[in-house]
Structure formats: structure tokens, C-alpha cells
Design a protein around this ligand. Structure first.
Ligand code: SAH
Length: 253
């Protein structure tokens, strides 16, 4: 029976993939992959497979989701072992539902392998817990990006107001507006914010406040960016981590 395996690649460093992910990747004939930070290192898991980029990056031309779904089913029907290698965890902001539904509709079995999501990878690099006793008992993962046909534009805001730690995905380009909206909605303007670009690789790590972000925004960052917002982020270590060659940047509010 043909199988499509959705694999969470984690944030970009192959060392942050699970052993199951690595093993199943190694059994693939064809790998349809996202725009991943350290692709060459991941290719070592399956050097003889065909690697096809279907990655999407904000603001750039992207491969149509329907095309990806058709390709997954098409390769599986040819008897190939198909891996869909997705950034982070497949179940978060990864359109896994459409891909699983397409496979099911075609009678193709699906297996899903979890991965380290960007929020957790970023928190690890900051040595800051997303929850903290007495400070944060709730975390939300939100995106402020609104897809075509979606109307609930303020849902992310309501969810963010209800949680003590907020991790914003796909928010790098809109960071200033996001901070403004959160302050207007009633978040303390001095709430700490950490910005992590390219968790698992090289990029900016920055600590600031909602107020500062609302005033100044962020410089354009080429890599994927997570915003981590909440009092728990006051414990973040913006250090020159010897494991990743980062430039520490600390913005005073
Ligand atoms: N499924 C992925 C998220 C895909 S949406 C996951 O679980 O991580 C893409 C967004 O994820 C990016 O815009 C960014 O906000 C975040 N992201 C993905 N990889 C990241 C990384 N290495 N560092 C920081 N943020 C990352």
C-alpha cells in the first residue's frame, strides 16, 4: 500500500530532527520539502532520493498547495515512498490538513512524524521557558497573517490577550503593527518581547518591549522570524551562544 509520510524537520538544524524522522527520510524515494535552513545537511539522510522544493516564503512566489497535494498523491500512486518534509512541526501553520485530506481521498495511507516547532526551538535558544510558575500558565501560538477568504482578522488578537505568553508565527514583517495592536488592546506596553530569526541556525536574537517594537518596528530580516511576547521572556538570555554564531543585539526600551 502506498504511503505518504509528513515529517516535521524541526527549525532547520538536522540535530533537532527525531530519529524516526531521520530514519523515514532515509527510506524515501522522493522528498517534497519546504524552504529549510540547512537543506544540504538534511539531504544527507536521503542522498539518493529526488528532492523537490515546494517551499513557501513570505512575499515570494510559492508553489500552489493544490499542486503539492496532487504531487504527493501522484508519486505515491507510482509506488514511490513519498516524504513531505515540513519545517518545524507539521501540525502548526503547515497546511497539513489539506495534504492529509488529499491522501485520504485518494486512498493513500498517511503517517505523520512530529517535529520541534519554531516556538520551542526559539525558547530553547533564549534559555527562556514559555511557561513559568507564577508568571505564565498559558501559551498561544498565533499568526496574524490572514489567508484569502478568512475574515476573523482579530482572532489572533483575542487569543493573544487571553494568554500570558504569545508566540507569533509569520509576524516578522508585521511586527510593528502587531505590537501596536496588542498595546491598543490592553497589553502592558513594557511587556518583554524576544525576536528570534532562524532558530536552529544563524540569525538575529533580540530583546525589546512591545512599546519599543510599536515605535521602531524591526529591520528587514531575511530568515523566518518568531516573536515571543510575555513576562516570561524577561528571563531570556541574549548571549553570544557558542553553539550558534550570532550577533547579540539588545535594544533598550
Ligand atoms: N510548522 C512550522 C511553522 C510554519 S509557518 C513550525 O512548527 O515551526 C512559518 C513560520 O514559522 C515562520 O514565518 C516563522 O514565524 C516560524 N519559523 C519557522 N522556522 C523558524 C525558525 N527556524 N526560526 C524562527 N522562526 C521560524
Amino acid at each position: 500500500m502506498s504511503v505518504v509520510t509528513l515529517i516535521g524537520a524541526g527549525p532547520g538544524d538536522p540535530e533537532l530532527m527525531t530519529r524516526q524522522a531521520w530514519r523515514l527520510l532515509g527510506e524515501a524515494d522522493v522528498v517534497l520539502h519546504d524552504a529549510l535552513i540547512n537543506l544540504p545537511a538534511m539531504r544527507e539522510a536521503a542522498p539518493n532520493a529526488s528532492w523537490l522544493s515546494v517551499g513557501k516564503r513570505a512575499g515570494k512566489t510559492s508553489v500552489d498547495q493544490a499542486f503539492i497535494c496532487r504531487a504527493l498523491v501522484g508519486y505515491a500512486r507510482q509506488g514511490m515512498r513519498v516524504v513531505r518534509l515540513k519545517g518545524g512541526d507539521p501540525s502548526l501553520f503547515g497546511r497539513a490538513t489539506e495534504e492529509i485530506a488529499a491522501c485520504r481521498a485518494a486512498g493513500v495511507a498517511v503517517q505523520v512524524v512530529p517535529g520541534v516547532t519554531a516556538a520551542c526551538a526559539a525558547a530553547a535558544e533564549l534559555q527562556a521557558s514559555l511557561t513559568q510558575r507564577g508568571v505564565s500558565r498559558s501559551v498561544v501560538f498565533v499568526t496574524a497573517r490572514i489567508g484569502r477568504g478568512e475574515s476573523a482578522e482579530t482572532e489572533w488578537l483575542q487569543a493573544s490577550m487571553a494568554a500570558e505568553t504569545v508566540v507569533v508565527y509569520m509576524g516578522g514583517g508585521q511586527a510593528q503593527a502587531i505590537a501596536q495592536r496588542l498595546i491598543e488592546a490592553g497589553k502592558d506596553a513594557l511587556t518583554p518581547v524576544c525576536v528570534v530569526e532562524n532558530a536552529g541556525g544563524t540569525g538575529v536574537r533580540l530583546q525589546t518591549t512591545l512599546l519599543q517594537l510599536a515605535r521602531c518596528g524591526l529591520p528587514a530580516l531575511p530568515g523566518p522570524v518568531c516573536l515571543l511576547i510575555g513576562a516570561a521572556m524577561s528571563e531570556a538570555a541574549i548571549v553570544d551562544n557558542p553553539l550558534v554564531q550570532n550577533e547579540p543585539v539588545v535594544v533598550q526600551s
